[in-house]
Design a protein around this ligand. Sequence first.
Ligand code: ZN
Length: 391
Amino acid sequence: MSGEGVWAQVIGQPAVVAELRAAVADPTAMTHAWLFTGPPGSGRSVAARAFAAALQCAEGGDGTCHDCRTVLAGTHADVQTVVPEGLSIGVAEVRELVRIAGRAPSQGRWQVVLVEDADRMTEQASNTVLKMLEEPPARTVFLLCAPSLHPDDVPVTIRSRCRVVGLRTPPVDAVAEVLVRRDGIDPALAAWSAAAAGGHVGRARHLARDEEARLARKAVLDIPLSLVSLAACLNAADDLVGAAKEESDRASAALDGAETEAVKQSLGIGARGPGVAAASRGAGQLKELEKRQKSRATRLGRDSLDRALVDLAALYRDALVLAATREAGEEAPSLAHPDRRADAENLAARIGAEGALRRIDAVLACRTALEQNVKPQIAVEALTVALRLPA
Ligand SMILES: [Zn+2]
């Protein structure tokens, strides 16, 4: 790891790194609850994990010692992480954590509890965490991550007990630089991916490494100019929903099989067959696992569709910006999809600023409908029909 130790992973956030380093350097002034916020892809959980490593490290996060390495690998005994796999983090999961959080650290300097996507905690789970934050044990540090400080994401009661660390979208050139340095990606592809991902680090890496991902993005961004008839709108809806389902099926299949096999093995199901008691216990556990896997598949599908919608909205935003700056006779600012400038210009000419704005609203309405569990096919068809180009 470079001279910056664990902080090298925190991309384009000098102010945040300075603040966290200062906290590590002065343990007497430790805050027991931290809330990392920032837009998707800004690296909330990466920053939280680097902080956890620096807290456990005798050298303040050199990145090379056993403590640093095990924290970053997710295997340190005194760093507990919750990553929601399904749609929410339930109270059972959180209770277990709170129980561990109450212990003194077994080997490290702190007992660290890291909750990624704290906005997915159920109300009951939030209340359980809140009780802990009201009287934190002396050596325990809570690190919560959430997209924003909005009360929908983090209850005000929890927020008021946390020190807030706000991350920003890292600059495109900082993301490109990291793709080259850390992932060994060709500089031209790195620059393109970082720009296309709008500073979203994980997305940029995915685009740089995976041609499928680049093709999927292209298919989504080809949609707006293809919507010349009702039939084209319905086809586009099928494609969007189908691609999301395919992606979630692929990701789920990779995870599900191994899990089911592990549960079956631990229950002794297979070769000789279980006893009656084990069989009924096993059926319950497998059912529970199936339920979790179904919830995760739903989330993976939603995330994939949501990413497509965010890309679409950004293209209409580019059209809006181009139309508006042209009307005002100004120079056009930088675009969200710089490689699709010609498409955005074309759209701007055909639908104007007002038409672009209306279509952005339609995309947002579709995202809201999906959040409220409207069937994807219905929500997306309504969307593509609303996006249809004027004759
Ligand atoms: Zn270290």
